[in-house]
Ligand binder design. Structure first.
Ligand code: NDP
Ligand code: 2IT
Length: 451
């Protein structure tokens, strides 16, 4: 980076930090994008004059609201609801809803910011948004979750719509929550539209949407591996998380011939030296999605496996790591462990799971490394396909959706290669994804005038 570009990044970040004090995750996500696109921006004075980057980091709208609800014992709880409508240059706002006790404005803004570039990469017409609440469904009854979702949607419904803003799931929001949210939306607005994605298959959902993020992650990883003449076959794979993304990443990696040896949750991880198989996967689906249990229960069913409480999986030797839990779950020391353990490929299923220090270690050691906005885009891409099916009032077969998902992931990989190939022939997927995602949004914003 030349001195002029470095000065641009430094002064830009100083402004962002001053304007958004304490928003650590938001600063982290912005810095990564600005560092990638600064050389591009500084060579196009028009983008500088139009202040495209200054506009992109300012959400078009932030909605913050009270969510009161009553638990099964009659006690009243007050949570905070959010919807950050970041950018609508490419289409209606689109992005998930997260229910987790850690949710705050910084996390919502970083996710909405990432979503803007991710959605641009999918090639589909979607703007960027994110929403959620500091409510955790963990340990709550179905009735409590329903009452919370109804209260949340009672306010959110006035800000969303099929052509305005289309939410979906994320951490803590799966099929059950989308059902309750959709029911209340329909009741209040008296319309059966595709305003949420991730819906049930009988009422407007798309085949393969539940699988899409994990499957798309594996399709993207296959393309990365292919650049080195490699594949999943025979590789040892670490996966973190045990939720939606982790489950289907594990299933697909296993079906592509890999040995998946770990899964985790916020309490610890399980290591199964024999690897997952179809039967073990069914156990995990039932454990997590029906019984809503904890991953440590895996070792009671499969005693060859070991449970490591309060630890992350990254110390286990592997070839490939697929982080699928949450932001900043791979820190510098974890990255060193991965490198020392023989890992040569890290593809992110979660959003921003690697810290900047961890990413630097991956790059220094020549790993194949892809940021979530490229490799986990299959989820929102299939949400885009669900929107298309809803608009046409049609339903595509699983084969049709899978073929489109594969094509989209291949196109995203090609875009990363186009904009991220270095002089030595290696691909910097961070640079590639950020520049490719940015150009479309920036061009659309210049076309649409000062809004
Ligand atoms: P789920 O709620 O289904 O699963 C989340 C998993 O991650 C759980 O195993 C959870 O464990 C674990 N986890 C959550 N927070 C933490 C934490 N602070 N520390 C350690 N573990 C944690 O969510 P998803 O699978 O949908 O989402 C996982 C990641 O993928 C997120 O980063 C999300 O933003 C991203 N993503 C999701 C997409 C989707 O379509 N669902 C699309 C693209 C990205 P526990 O039960 O203990 O909380
Ligand atoms: O982070 C993400 O891309 C998601 N949680 C999915 C969003 C969506 O609208 O499907």
């Amino acid at each position: 980076m030349d001195r002029f570009t470095k000065n641009y990044v430094d002064s830009f970040m100083a402004d962002v930090i001053a304007k958004n004090p304490g928003e650590r995750e938001f600063h982290q996500a912005v810095r990564e994008v600005v560092e990638s696109v600064a050389p591009y921006i500084t060579s196009y004075p028009q983008l500088m004059d139009l202040k495209i980057m200054e506009r992109i980091v300012e959400p078009e709208r932030v909605i913050l609201f009270r969510v009161p609800w009553m638990d099964d014992r009659g006690e009243i709880h007050i949570n905070r609801g959010y919807r950050v409508q970041m950018n609508s240059a490419l289409g209606p706002y689109k992005g998930g809803i997260r229910f987790h006790e850690s949710v705050n404005l910084s996390i919502m803004k970083f996710l909405a910011f990432e979503q803007t570039f991710k959605n641009s990469l999918t090639t589909l017409p979607m703007g960027g948004a994110k929403g959620g609440s500091d409510f955790s469904p963990k340990g709550r009854s179905d009735n409590e979750v329903m009452r919370f979702c109804q209260s949340f949607m009672t306010e959110l419904q006035r800000h969303i719509g099929a052509d305005t803003d289309v939410p979906a799931g994320d951490i803590g929001v799966g099929g059950r929550e989308i059902g309750f949210l959709f029911g209340q939306y329909k009741r209040l607005r008296d319309e059966f539209t595709g305003t949420l994605t991730g819906k049930g298959l009988a009422w407007g959902g798309s085949l393969l949407r539940p699988e899409a993020t994990g499957y798309g992650l594996c399709y993207f990883t296959e393309s990365m591996l292919k650049t080195r003449g490699e594949s999943f076959a025979g590789k040892t794979v670490l996966i973190s998380g045990a939720g939606n993304v982790a489950q289907y990443a594990a299933q697909k990696a296993m079906r592509l011939g890999a040995k998946v040896v770990t899964l985790s949750d916020s309490n610890g991880f399980i290591y199964d030296p024999d690897g997952l198989d179809e039967e073990k996967m069914q156990f995990v689906f039932t454990l997590k999605n029906i019984r809503r249990g904890r991953i440590k229960e895996y070792v009671s069913a499969y005693p060859n496996a070991v449970y490591y409480p309060d630890e992350r999986p990254w110390t286990i030797p592997c070839d490939i790591a697929l982080p699928c839990a949450t932001q900043n779950e791979i820190e510098e020391q974890d990255a060193r462990h991965l490198v020392d353990g023989g890992c040569f490929c890290v593809a992110e299923g979660a959003n921003m799971p690697s810290t900047p220090e961890a990413i630097a270690i991956f790059h220094q050691n020549g790993l194949l490394y892809s940021p979530g906005k490229a490799s986990n885009a299959g989820g929102v891409a299939t949400s885009g396909l669900e929107m298309s099916q809803n608009s046409m009032r049609r339903k595509w077969t699983a084969e049709e959706v899978d073929a489109q998902l594969r094509r989209i992931m291949a196109d995203i990989h090609a875009a990363c290669v186009k904009y991220g190939t270095q002089e030595d022939g290696s691909v910097n997927y961070v640079k590639g994804a950020n520049i490719a995602g940015f150009i479309k949004v920036a061009d659309a914003m210049s076309d649409q005038g000062l809004v």
